[in-house]
Design a protein around this ligand. Structure first.
Ligand code: SF4
Length: 315
């Protein structure tokens, strides 16, 4: 079966063997983060919709899970914001009811969590991984380029409320862009916000694939260490750096057939990750990880043009 909504299982350091479930079209999101690795948001929206019939997603899950594959998590993620899917609550309830042996994780930017109905819908998840990259409005605007009705103050309040209502694990991700959100003032403000949210852990991330905007660069290890030490000193919770996780470290080898197909395509003409995803029938997140690995193996030339980031095979 060719899956439209499932990808992986991918091997992730944070989540182990994780089956991705994508329930929104490319690229619907309330944010347009400058560091987004699936590139710029095309539909900046707060409108929740049933983008795909619930039955279609359930049928793929039933097919994939009928052999009871070993998984550490089933994870809502993808190339947009999963909580925009209006029937996510029913989907979560279905998975928990039919497949209670699997843990469920939700990767979210948290921007819709001011909605009480949505917070209630996601209560059965075992793990929620929201993001908080800024504490002041100007830095939030610069990094996350939100829908005009959003503010970081509202996001922080929503996360505090979620923590009070939700008994599962919350791992809060902070994406560091050197020179933007690592100033003393912003780190102080972030510490106060995180102390109020009380997540179970804080995970510090940085760029490892081409971002939506060229000026965004990977924070060096000195910067990440400094931020990590600062958080550890001021927060009563585990803090870890999750940036620079290479596929090699995870022992993942790319299938030879996939590498050959990519070589054949990219030797003829440069393509974007999105084009490759369509051509090969693979989820954009899987293609992105594959391209990252090939780039680390020094197989690719990467260039940025008006239409996005293009990949070509090195000759
Ligand atoms: S990083 Fe996540 S929240 Fe930000 S634009 Fe990309 S998909 Fe949306």
């Amino acid at each position: 079966m060719n899956y439209k909504h499932l990808f992986g299982p991918v091997l992730s350091r944070r989540l182990g063997h994780s089956l991705g479930v994508d329930v929104v079209p490319y690229k619907y999101c309330p944010l347009n983060c400058v560091y987004c690795e699936v590139q710029r948001t095309t539909q900046l929206t707060l409108q929740r919709e049933e983008f795909f019939p619930l039955e279609e997603i359930i049928s793929e899950l039933d097919e994939f899970l009928k052999g009871r594959p070993p998984l550490d998590y089933i994870t809502f993620s993808g190339a947009g914001e999963p909580t925009l899917y209006s029937r996510i609550g029913e989907l979560i309830a279905y998975i928990k009811d039919r497949y209670p042996q699997y843990k469920l994780a939700l990767l979210t930017n948290g921007m819709l969590l001011d909605r009480e109905d949505l917070r209630r819908d996601i209560l059965p998840c075992d793990l929620i991984l929201p993001s908080l990259d800024a504490c002041s409005e100007p830095v939030f605007e610069r990094i996350n380029r939100p829908h005009p009705e959003l503010s970081v103050t509202k996001l922080i309040e929503s996360l505090v409320t979620l923590r009070k209502e939700y008994k599962g694990q919350i791992w809060l991700e902070v994406f560091i862009i050197a020179g933007v959100n690592d100033t003393q003032e912003e780190l102080d403000c972030l510490c106060r916000a995180i102390a109020g949210i009380k997540p179970d852990r804080v995970q510090i991330n940085s760029l490892d694939r081409p971002a939506a905007e060229e000026w965004v660069q990977t924070a060096d290890s000195k910067t990440l260490d400094r931020v990590s030490k600062y958080f550890k000193k001021h927060l009563q919770m585990p803090v870890e750096i999750i940036a620079k996780v290479h596929l090699e470290d995870l022992g993942l080898e790319l299938p030879q057939e996939l590498v050959s197909n990519l070589e054949a395509l990219l030797s003829r003409r440069p393509c974007t990750a999105e084009e490759l995803s369509h051509s090969l029938g693979m989820h954009i997140n899987e293609i992105s990880k594959t391209l990252r690995q090939l780039n680390m193996d020094n197989k690719l030339n990467i260039s940025r043009e008006e239409r996005g980031v293009f990949y070509a095979w090195k000759r």
